[in-house]
Write a protein that binds this ligand. Structure first.
Ligand SMILES: [Zn+2]
Length: 260
């Protein structure tokens, strides 16, 4: 049986506080990551999560308990399970919230952030959504992947905002980083931390090309109607995930149209 993920301290610089929003797409809940250089008084929070006052207070309590304050909040993407509380958390902390699409001072690929001695590099990983970012915690070769790579199972492409071609390119980019040992662990947006990212990225890429072949075959047999393709190709997936699978199918149909 898969051990249940409960968050907690994962590395000497990264602690996960699990938001109380478990579900078929969110696994045990959203991972709110607290990143801090040991001994520092400044904390970076990644994905404060859904608007849940109790969760936010828990995060603030942990930060204060370690003698620090939140100096910066980052969002991996704008989906509500990660970002709904961003405005409220900004009010509570007085710290800036940075992401793609915040309207001002957006983050872009390659940006380097230094907070209380902690170094982070922004790695744009569009595909799950157009605004998906990952953050590299340089000193620990740890990549915070949001919903681009999850701690269990596979991620979805939230078409039409998400795009399969972009998603595959992002996975390939992470694969290069794992090959160069620039990334040796993944801290995902849901589910447990992953100590063998190279194997995980390979699995994701294999899974994607397998699904794509299945979709191609289903289309050849029954035509390109999304619901019919879902029934055929995602028969092995619990029905509650079919709405998400449908978006991934639409992304795959779009990909097959544009990459014949
Ligand atoms: Zn999510």
């Amino acid at each position: 049986m898969t051990p249940v993920w409960a968050g907690g301290e994962v590395t000497s610089r990264a602690t996960c506080v699990l938001a109380p929003n478990p579900g078929p797409l969110t696994l045990e809940g959203t991972n709110t990551w607290l990143l801090m250089e040991p001994g520092s008084s400044q904390c970076v929070v990644v994905d404060p999560g859904p608007l849940d006052e109790h969760h936010l207070q828990r995060v603030l309590g942990l930060v204060a308990g370690s003698g620090a304050r939140v100096a910066l909040t980052l969002l991996t993407h704008a989906h509500l399970d990660h970002a709904e509380s961003a405005r409220r958390f900004g009010e509570l902390t007085g710290a800036p919230v940075r992401a793609v699409g915040t309207g001002h001072d957006d983050l872009t690929d390659g940006d380097r952030l230094r907070v209380g001695g902690l170094d982070l590099t922004v790695v744009a990983t569009p595909g799950h959504t157009a605004d998906s970012l990952s953050f590299l915690l340089d000193s620990e070769n740890a990549l915070l992947t949001g919903d681009t790579i999850l701690g269990r199972g596979t991620a979805m492409v939230a078409w039409p905002d998400g795009e399969l071609a972009a998603y595959l390119a992002s996975l390939q980019r992470i694969e290069v980083m794992t090959g160069a040992h620039q990334v040796t662990q993944i801290l995902p947006g849901h589910g447990p931390a992953l100590p063998d990212p190279a194997a995980v990225v390979r699995y994701y890429l294999d899974h994607r090309s397998e699904r794509l072949e299945q979709v191609r075959a289903a289309v050849a047999l029954n035509g390109a109607e999304a619901d019919a393709v879902v029934e055929t190709v995602y028969a092995d997936v619990p029905r509650e995930l079919w709405p998400a699978a449908r978006l991934s199918v639409l992304a795959q149909l779009e990909y097959l149209r544009t990459h014949p």
